[in-house]
Design a protein around this ligand. Sequence first.
Ligand code: IDP
Ligand code: MG
Length: 134
Amino acid sequence: MSEQTLSLIKPDAVERNLIGKIIQIFEENNLIIEKMKKIHVDMDFAKTFYSVHSDKPFFNDLCSYISSGPLVAMVLKGDNAVQKNRDLMGATNPKDAKPGTIRNLYAISIDKNSVHGSDSIENAKIEIDLFFKD
Ligand code: IDP
Ligand code: MG
């Protein structure tokens, strides 16, 4: 069934000119880029976006990092898009990410791990609204 999910190319990947290489992986795997924009979010927006992690010890660093430079936000569309994007991303820690996944290929560390992807259809709707409600 066709779904939508939110993908972010995080500041560490944008900074290293990896936008094209990452988008190519989505397109080669039949995910359609429905919407896309490059933005630099502020700390308040970051705290809202990552509010589910507000009790984690790394919350402040996470919000500082995601607001440290421009990112690319996309709505990806396709069959099973939420899980497909998660599979293409690989594990949160690049050391655990399977060969060929985006994080295996491009991530620097568990915090600078190059991409975000919604983890459920419900959260995808919330995250898409947050980034693209205008
Ligand atoms: P996900 O991005 O694979 O969905 P989450 O558990 O939702 O992973 O965590 C959100 C983000 O928080 C991760 O992508 C990563 O950047 C950061 N993060 C997660 N765990 C840690 C940690 O143990 N130390 C530092 N940063 C972390
Ligand atoms: Mg997550």
